[in-house]
Design a protein around this ligand. Sequence first.
Ligand code: HEM
Length: 410
Amino acid sequence: MTTVPETDPAPFDGFHPMFRENPYPAYAKARAASAFSPFDLGPIPVTVVTRYEAAASILQSTDWGHGYTAGISPFRPGVKAEDVPASFLAMDPPDHTRLRALVSKAFTPRMVGGLRPGIEALVTSLIDAGLDAGEMDIVGDLARPVSVAVMCELLGVPQEDASMMGGWGRAMARGTDPDFMLTAEEIENRVRANTDFGAYFKDLIALRRANPTGDLVSLLADVEEQGDRLTEKEMLDILALLMVAGVETTVNLIGNGVLALLRNPDQLALLRERPELAEYAGDEMLRYDPPVHFTIRVALNDTTVVGREFTRGSGAVVLMASAGRDESVFPEADRFDITRYAGATPARRNLGFGLGLHYCLGAPLAKMEAEAEIRELVTRAPKLALADDNLTYLTSLAHRGVTALPLTLA
Ligand code: HEM
């Protein structure tokens, strides 16, 4: 059990399953009390960071990182850097710098832009099918197939393997939650998916080394920085990271975002009137109900954050979803307003894609997918309504979203 100093507010309860449908009132309560709340994450006492300034300053500070190289992470005690996947999401400089630089070379705006026509065509055909049927599950029939297809296209995986890839991605995504939250079956599925994914990509990497085709696997196999190359393990870990970081997140951005539109009919009407706002609606969806609610950091040195001292090795859960509702940064923060990021003076950047060294590499791609799907949906479907109000939220701590979002379209 954590010993809570008398000056601290009550322990944070916003991750309790009873808040799954709507954690925001619990976040607001914690935020009102302090920027920092004590929290027991299973056996680990850590601090939850709820206000924008504190969250942003931790994410931007080089005094905070993951601490595996130094062996000081309280989130995975005893875990050494060599046991952590080489996916750079959980690395500190200089390892993070090296791998991110190599991957960024392959992950260019030109490559991302080249995916747009394919995304738009797929979105159109899926919405055509939904209109014919008169109903569609936005998560399972639109967001997920688009997201998986985009990832396959990016990685150079043939579309006939897309559904297998999607299944692996979902099973592997459960690895973003701590093991004690998962059932034995979920852990087993995840381990099997990791093995199958690794075997599949080992073959694909060998194929692309022999015959490069311009996809990301070919580019990663070829990428060089000051004579540096990626090892096969590094490549496999990076490909798994892209799959996990890129698919579930984007699916849930769209699911949560469309739900927000339905629950705010004035904003849906506005978007129908001005579909060009779809370009900015994604940012507001990311602020209002983001797919990733938090990330973790470890103090690499003794340090101070907005007046609060942390000793080296302290753990922080940075609650970006709460920071997005911080009234001192976002006026009327609980209001969903798709014009917030449009116009000459857009709102401050929200933390839904993170900030600093680990800022999301796939942000432009995710935004493009969201824009294409939302624009097409509101302009093509004359009426959108929830077919079933009884929504089920994912049990995941790391990913926030509904398991299905069935809509009637006409
Ligand atoms: C709406 C969709 C997405 C959301 C909300 C999201 C969110 C995030 C967040 C919060 C981080 C930072 C994590 C941290 O600081 O600990 C991150 C990092 C990352 N994301 Fe995304 N992401 C999305 C889509 C994507 C896509 C489509 C890709 C790839 C195609 C991707 C690839 C990555 C990678 C590689 C990192 C690690 C960056 C680093 O450690 O330097 N993400 N993402």
